[in-house]
Design a protein. Structure first.
Length: 317
């Protein structure tokens, strides 16, 4: 029997996930997005996810604001509870939709008075219509740029803003998107967070273009490790995110196999993050969908380890 000659390697032939495990580069910085709970059962699931991910010491965690401001009170309550009961640094999402300037300003001041110092400023979607047509109120903030300026006028907040690396669904061009991002930075934005994507090369080209335009704020790639391909496809279709054929092939035939879907989702997201790390990105924002298992596993692959637990804060009465 002929034994083939094997090429000796020093390990550099391994893929980006294996190389990430070598721990050569800096420890990645991660952040997590959660959604406010709709009821007691979902609140329990949310807090299980928060407690599971808290020891990873994220840079911040954000809490979403429902379409049309539909979760205003629940978002505020969740953000304040995170601040009071955990070691995490919460950021509150805030939108312009279905509210006057005075109403939005009141929310901003409430956050400041509660001790929140980070807001994610977004234009937002119409009530009950993710990706639907937006019509600003005459007496409201017209867009996220105006909202960012308003936030910074009220307090010295850290302001994160959204960005679409594959062109905003309502935008005429990438150039227009870059001009909008530049206006947000001029208004006081300190960080940009992308929506989820799967075209890494397209993301890298987009970041190169905004850097050439003189935009220097950090750009955090948004990572969504979703194990339901049907749900992912529906969401992606509403906001104009392309689903590559290779991803569809990975999930083909797995409709009745949720455990394998989870493994596929974790593998894809880990590979994306490891590749981006090799391209010089060290910050990752995870859309958790209020579940911790996949995100925790991906962070582990990237070299993010648990920190010793901080002294627990007293629960709010």
């Amino acid at each position: 029997m002929m034994i083939p000659n094997r090429r000796k390697t020093d390990g550099t032939a391994l893929g980006p996930v294996a190389r990430a495990g070598a721990g050569v580069g800096p420890r990645p910085r991660v952040s997590f997005e959660f959604s406010p709970p709709k009821g007691p059962k979902s609140e329990e699931s949310l807090w299980e996810a928060i407690r599971r991910l808290e020891p990873l010491n994220p840079e911040f965690v954000s809490v979403t604001y429902g379409a049309g401001g539909s979760t205003r009170e629940r978002t505020h309550r969740t953000v304040v509870r995170i601040l009071k009961e955990t070691s995490l640094k919460p950021a509150a999402h805030l939108t312009c939709v279905e509210a006057s300037r005075d109403e939005v300003d009141e929310v901003i001041r409430d956050y400041w008075n509660a001790g929140i110092r980070h807001i994610v400023a977004l234009r937002g979607d119409p009530p009950g219509s993710l990706g639907g047509k937006y019509t600003p109120r005459p007496n409201g903030y017209q867009n996220a740029t105006e909202l960012t300026a308003g936030i910074r006028t009220i307090g010295d907040f850290e302001v994160s803003v959204g960005v679409y690396p594959q062109i905003h669904p309502e935008s005429p061009s990438v150039e227009h998107d870059i001009e909008v991002l530049k206006a947000k930075v001029d208004a006081g934005a300190t960080r940009a967070i992308t929506n989820f994507f799967f075209d890494i090369d397209g993301f890298l080209r987009f970041v190169d273009r905004i850097r050439r335009a003189g935009i220097e704020i950090p750009v955090l790639p948004g990572i969504m490790p979703v194990s339901s391909f049907e749900g992912l496809s529906n969401m992606a279709g509403r906001i104009g995110v392309a689903i590559p054929a290779w991803l569809a092939n990975h999930f083909e035939g797995l409709d009745a196999d949720p455990e394998t879907r989870k493994l596929v989702a974790a593998s894809v997201a880990s590979e994306m993050c490891a590749r981006l790390a090799e391209e010089g990105f060290n910050d990752f924002h995870f859309y958790t969908l209020n579940r911790a298992d996949l995100v925790y596993a991906i962070c582990r692959v990237l070299g993010v380890r648990e920190h010793p637990p901080a002294e627990p804060k007293e629960a709010a009465a």
